[in-house]
Design a binder for this molecule. Structure first.
Ligand code: FE
Length: 333
């Protein structure tokens, strides 16, 4: 756990229009790591004079901490990854409902809570990675097709314990229903080329090394691997719209019920979702902006375009328990 505070060193250059109250300091509790948030927080301080203090830890611990601190909590915002986590925070009752026209406009409806308690701030796809020397993209088609016997001993997956896979299966259940998805997950398990991996990077490495031909990963891990090795023997495959489209997820945030600076916190979220910050916020982790007016980096664009599944991300939380039980029944652990 780390605490950091960056003072507004450049406040003398600020225009009076954007200058905040001199004592304004926001506190963000974040599951996102320092290097993915500090540059954007710094940019906000530079622009507005508002200092941004933060503490990083995993979401479950942060939720517990916020609850334990109660009305004395210094935290204004909880920032985390995966809609499953955002949904859990909303269920824990720690988020304040935020009515903001700008957030409604800049964050597409499927990437924010229908109850306005949390908002996606960057978007990642959880999609299929393949080794182009072992499989042709036209043979892949969809998540369901990875259950086909033609992929026997060719598939690599990360552990079902990770919220990313729970959200993926939950969203597939939202789209297709429980019974057909259970059949698909059983098929995946039968097609595994190796025991499940502990992280996405290991899945990409296994695909690139030829240990398996296909895997399922978040796009930014692919970006990191490709940055390290531009000759990586792995490519991303995006299921077509007719095949259900691409499963997306978000990093996102909500304003806390006991936030000492609610109005400032809303302004900060609005800025993060706005055209000025979206490019940088997404680019720091090779992600896609949520704001449709902002383009992804050219590096991210080079992986190709896709049609996203447009079901509301809250389903990832609502159906999480069902998804966990389904994966367990299917022998995916
Ligand atoms: Fe991640």
């Amino acid at each position: 756990m780390t605490w950091k505070l960056w003072p507004a060193v450049l406040s003398i250059f600020l225009s009076p229009l954007v200058q905040a109250a001199p004592d304004a300091t926001l506190t963000v509790y974040s599951e996102r790591k320092e290097h993915l948030i500090k540059p954007v927080f710094d940019a906000y301080t530079k622009k507005t004079g508002v200092k941004v203090k933060y503490l990083t830890d995993n979401t479950a611990t942060l939720i517990q901490r916020i609850k334990a601190e109660g009305t004395k909590s210094p935290a204004d915002i909880l920032l985390t990854v995966d809609a499953g986590n955002l949904w859990s925070a909303a269920q824990a009752g720690i988020f304040e409902e935020v009515k903001s026209e700008s957030l409604q406009k800049n964050v597409p409806a499927h990437l924010r809570d229908p109850g306005n308690r949390w908002f996606g701030l960057s978007q990642r796809a959880r999609t299929i990675v393949y080794n182009p020397t072992k499989v042709k993209p036209e043979q892949i088609k969809s998540f369901e097709n990875l259950a086909d016997p033609s992929f026997k001993k060719r598939l690599c997956l990360r552990s079902a314990k990770k919220v990313y896979n729970q959200s993926l299966v939950a969203m597939l259940v939202a789209e297709k229903g429980e019974a057909p998805v259970e059949k698909v997950v059983k098929g995946w398990v039968q097609n595994l080329a190796a025991p499940v991996f502990q992280d996405d990077t290991a899945v990409i490495d296994a695909v690139a090394a030829g240990q398996c031909d296909v895997g399922v990963v978040n796009t930014y891990y692919f970006g990191r691997a490709l940055e390290k090795n531009p000759k990586l023997s792995a490519k991303l495959f995006f299921p077509a719209k007719e095949a259900g489209g691409v499963h997306v997820n978000v990093s996102g945030a909500g304003v806390l019920k006991n936030a000492p600076h609610k109005a400032e916190a809303v302004k900060f979220l609005e800025w993060l979702a706005g055209p000025e910050a979206q490019g940088q916020f997404a680019q720091l982790n090779h992600e896609y902006p949520v704001n449709p007016a902002v383009s992804p980096s050219s590096f991210v664009q080079s992986w190709g375009k896709f049609d996203a599944m447009l079901i509301n991300m809250a389903k990832a939380g609502e159906l999480q328990e069902k998804a966990i039980k389904l994966m367990d029944r299917a022998g995916y652990n």
